[in-house]
Write a protein that binds this ligand. Structure first.
Ligand code: SF4
Length: 354
């Protein structure tokens, strides 16, 4: 079986490791590019959200590389995500017939471990459990890699870019828990941060695909780091898995913090977006950046709450909505202006002693 999966930022490494652990070959699509987006846009219904189009483009490119089985996360979230897999399969049939697209329901851990994955890969539930444990450890590693990368880039951009590739290969190669522990030690050594921090810290919130996937958000973390700002985040595969396993204290905290602004979940990750933004404000970040696809209804609702949080706390907010026409040049100009504003505000407050 040749399994194709869409990209999911640096966390793709952890998902790839999970499938390999189950004995299947992984066929990764090429890194998301202009071509990927063009394919997705051509095959998809016009008004569907961007994560649909990008992952559809990824699937088409994985099929070109020989994948015969495509795995797509599924499950209702009070938004369009619930029918992504169904429409994607129909769209892909326009270009290829001999493949299957398997929806991987996220919201039943027991169904996943005892039924879906054993039947699909022909393995025992015990082996699935071992693979899930390794997936958790590896996704914690990819999360910490991204944190260290953001921190290092903000103070030593060239140095961070130099070690990025070697550290990613280390993570990719680590299979067992002890190999992952060794990879972590080596990662920390290679990054060699020594307590240096950037003068500006920005909390990143928004729709999960756009917060996690660097190609989708046009490398927003990298661009902010180039301007000397460190991006902090909560949204990543590790926290999402813990949420699905009902062991994520962060989600409960987000719900509590979001409640005064959003009593009901309007779908997607709006609750998390609002809760995490409040948490970042309490942690003293200098600004908040929200990223989301242009037509994403839950994040547009969250935006109203974020605007109130920003007004009440005085912490500036930049919201960025993306579609297939978003230009990197325009994006970088907005990021430059935002970081400049944060820096001026910070120094003005320092001078006035507030
Ligand atoms: S959260 Fe937003 S972008 Fe994601 S599937 Fe739902 S509507 Fe689309």
């Amino acid at each position: 079986m040749k399994v194709g999966i869409p990209h999911f930022g640096f966390d793709t490494l952890a998902l790839k490791g999970f499938i390999e652990e189950l004995g299947a070959e992984v066929v990764l699509p090429p890194p998301t590019s202009k071509r990927t987006v063009e394919i997705g846009v051509k095959l998809a219904p016009e008004l569907v959200c961007m994560p649909f189009k990008i992952t559809l483009g990824n699937f088409a490119e994985a099929l070109e590389r020989g994948a015969d089985t495509l795995l797509m996360a599924a499950g209702a979230r009070k938004c369009r995500f619930g029918y992504y897999h169904f429409l994607q399969e129909q769209a892909l049939r326009q270009i290829k017939q001999d493949f299957r697209l398997v929806p991987v329901s996220q919201y039943s851990a027991s169904g996943f471990i005892f039924k879906l994955i054993p039947e699909l890969f022909g393995v025992s539930p015990l082996r699935v459990m071992r693979a899930v444990c390794r997936l958790l450890v590896k996704s914690a590693l990819t999360r910490d890699f991204r944190r260290l990368l953001n921190r290092k880039r903000a103070v030593d951009f060239a140095g961070a870019e130099q070690v990025k590739g070697p550290v990613m290969s280390l993570i990719d190669r680590a299979r067992t828990i002890s190999e992952m522990k060794r990879a972590r030690r080596e990662m920390v050594r290679l990054f060699g941060i020594n307590g240096k921090r950037a003068d500006i810290r920005i909390g990143l919130v928004g729709e999960i695909f756009y917060t996690v996937d660097q190609r989708a958000n046009q490398e927003i973390e990298k661009e902010l780091a180039r301007l000397g700002a460190e991006v902090v985040f909560e949204r990543c595969l590790y926290n999402h898995l813990r949420y699905l396993l009902h062991i994520d204290a962060g989600y409960r905290r987000s719900r509590r913090l979001a409640r005064p602004y959003l009593a009901e979940c309007p779908g997607g990750e709006a609750i998390r977006t609002v809760g995490e933004a409040r948490q970042f404000v309490m942690q003293g970040v200098d600004g908040i950046v929200q990223v989301f696809p242009f037509t994403c209804m839950p994040e547009n609702i969250a935006l109203e709450a974020l605007q109130r949080i920003s007004e009440q706390s005085g912490v500036p907010l930049l919201y960025l909505s993306f579609d297939e026409h978003t230009s990197t040049t325009g994006l970088v100009t907005r990021l430059e202006a935002f970081v400049e504003l944060l820096r001026r505000r910070k120094y003005a407050r320092r001078v006035s002693g507030n």
